[in-house]
Design a protein around this ligand. Structure first.
Ligand code: BG6
Length: 497
């Protein structure tokens, strides 16, 4: 196997919440794939920490089975093999710790002794109310070395005030440059490609503005419901769970100015300017600019599924939204007057995430009406699944008869073009933590700017009592989401070309 990007420095990665859902589904499989592709140094240990004792062998077996389940095609040998697993497993240790009790950290202290110069990453895959206490314990026990990093998973707060509180608590133990706030969308290959597409090609950037772009659409659709995590999700809802972080980051990368270098702060400065330019949605605008939805029973992928209020653990009076659509303005010179329509939801008809940049229609058509409609050009960036880029344009339909204009697509499939396995977002992000590259992590000021804008909508919803509208599972959300864009004479993109 070819060796690429091998990190030379030794590291310890300490995962709090080491037996939790995220560690099992994403973190350990991502580390396994990095090790399998020989991107990790031999001296790199993974220490899973969680409440409760567990024999190491049992832990390793559990992770082995999880890795098979979560390595793409199950035990398909292009994704998983026992020999590389056996080598990887040597890196794994499990320690039972009550993270809130400094007295229970003894085994961790022993394990880290003598490795003060090694890159030490504390990954907090726990509930956010533990972030402050864990950081404080690590500091009090002198476990925070100059080479230490703290990785925080979302949700980082439920509004600006709580986000501020959490960040202030961790800042007492870790400096801002040591703090890595994960938004896993930034680790997706296709999301990173957005910048390459814009800034490594001369073709698009001259057109990337209000003169040539009519509007932008961002859709992140999921078929899954909230199933086993109802209680958690119900405290959050689609706006906090998806928009405040993932969708705003997608807007940033689409709308930002070109950074002069790829330096982490150069990129984050440009994203911050976009977040600060988002038009605040006030209480008197929420009804027109936002749509909240909540799924009812329906059919997804041919299976009957229950409504949000009928999921196990559900409180049938909940008014948490599982779908949100928003018309967003960006108040700056480049984007004045160009709406960004975004939508995201659970239990939609298909899993698909895409950004559609729709250009303006030509100002004049020399073609007779019989030639057909002059549809605008669209650049469709498919983030998942079937990652790729489509440029939709008009061409002449074949034939000597009357001239017909045909919508056609230049289609670039990343799977066909690049081949191989598409790495999971966490692989890139974990590697960047170890390498000390913070560009793909959210800086505190970005996080706070995102919350400030989101808080405006939350406040507006609460002031106006805007309740979620029901939609059938398996549909594209409430009709109001269609009306949101159609009121402006536009439609959500359908990939039917
Ligand atoms: C998470 C949300 O951040 O992103 C989940 O909490 C959501 O609710 C998930 O399902 C979507 O991520 P992906 O990578 O599957 O698009």
């Amino acid at each position: 196997m070819q060796r690429t990007t091998l990190i030379s420095q030794p590291f310890d990665m300490i995962v709090f919440g080491g037996r939790g859902d995220l560690a099992r589904r994403k973190l350990i499989p991502a580390l396994y794939h990095l090790a399998r592709e020989q991107r990790l140094p031999d001296d790199g240990r993974i220490i899973a920490v969680s409440r409760g004792a567990m024999e190491r062998d049992a832990f390793v077996k559990m992770m082995h089975d999880d890795c098979i389940t979560h390595s793409g095609n199950g035990a398909d040998d292009t994704q998983f093999d026992e020999a590389s697993w056996a080598r990887f497993a040597e890196r794994l240790t499990y320690i039972g710790i009550d993270a809130t009790d400094a007295k229970s950290y003894g085994a961790l202290i022993d394990l880290l002794k003598g490795r003060e110069d090694v890159v030490r990453s504390f990954y907090l895959a726990t509930a956010p109310d533990l972030f402050g206490p864990i950081a404080a314990n690590l500091k009090a026990l002198n476990l925070v070395t100059p080479a230490s990093r703290l990785v925080l998973e979302k949700p980082l707060g439920k509004d600006l005030a709580s986000a501020h509180e959490i960040n202030a608590a961790v800042a007492r133990a870790f400096s801002e440059p040591q703090t890595y706030r994960i938004d896993h969308y930034l680790g997706k290959e296709t999301v990173q490609n957005l910048m390459v597409l814009r800034f490594a090609n001369a073709l698009f950037e001259p057109l990337w503005n209000r003169t040539h772009i009519d509007h932008v659409q961002i859709s992140v659709a999921e078929t899954v419901g909230v199933g086993g995590r109802w209680r958690y999700y119900n405290e959050s809802g689609a706006l906090r769970d998806m928009v405040q972080n993932h969708l705003l980051q997608l807007i940033c990368l689409t709308a930002m100015e070109p950074p002069s270098t790829l330096d982490a702060d150069m990129i984050r400065d440009e994203k911050l300017k976009v977040l600060r330019a988002l038009h605040p949605v006030q209480a008197d605008e929420v009804a027109a600019a936002t749509v909240r939805g909540q799924y009812r029973a329906g059919t997804v992928d041919g299976n009957a599924v229950p409504g949000y209020l009928e999921e196990s653990d559900a409180d049938s009076r909940s008014d948490t939204e599982t779908f949100v659509a928003i018309k967003i303005g960006i108040d700056n010179w480049r984007w004045a007057g160009v709406p960004f329509y975004i939508r995201t939801g659970k239990r939609l008809p298909q899993r698909s995430s895409e950004i559609v940049v729709q250009f303006k229609t030509p100002p004049h058509s020399p073609y007779p009406a019989s030639a057909g409609t002059i549809h605008p050009n669209k650049l469709v960036m498919r983030l998942q699944p079937d990652e790729g880029i489509r440029l939709i344009m008009l061409n002449k339909g074949r034939g000597p008869g009357e001239l017909k204009l045909r919508q056609t697509a230049l289609d670039l499939s990343f799977a066909e073009t690049f081949g191989g396995r598409s790495p999971d977002a966490y692989e890139r992000l974990l590697l960047d933590v170890i390498r000390g590259r913070p560009a793909l992590f959210m800086r505190l000021d970005e996080l706070e700017a995102a919350w400030r804008w989101t808080d405006g909508i939350l406040q507006g919803w609460s002031d106006t009592g805007l309740a979620p509208k029901p939609y059938a599972a398996g549909s594209w959300g409430p009709n109001a989401a269609i009306a949101l864009i159609e009121r402006d004479g536009r439609t959500w993109h359908e990939d039917d070309i």
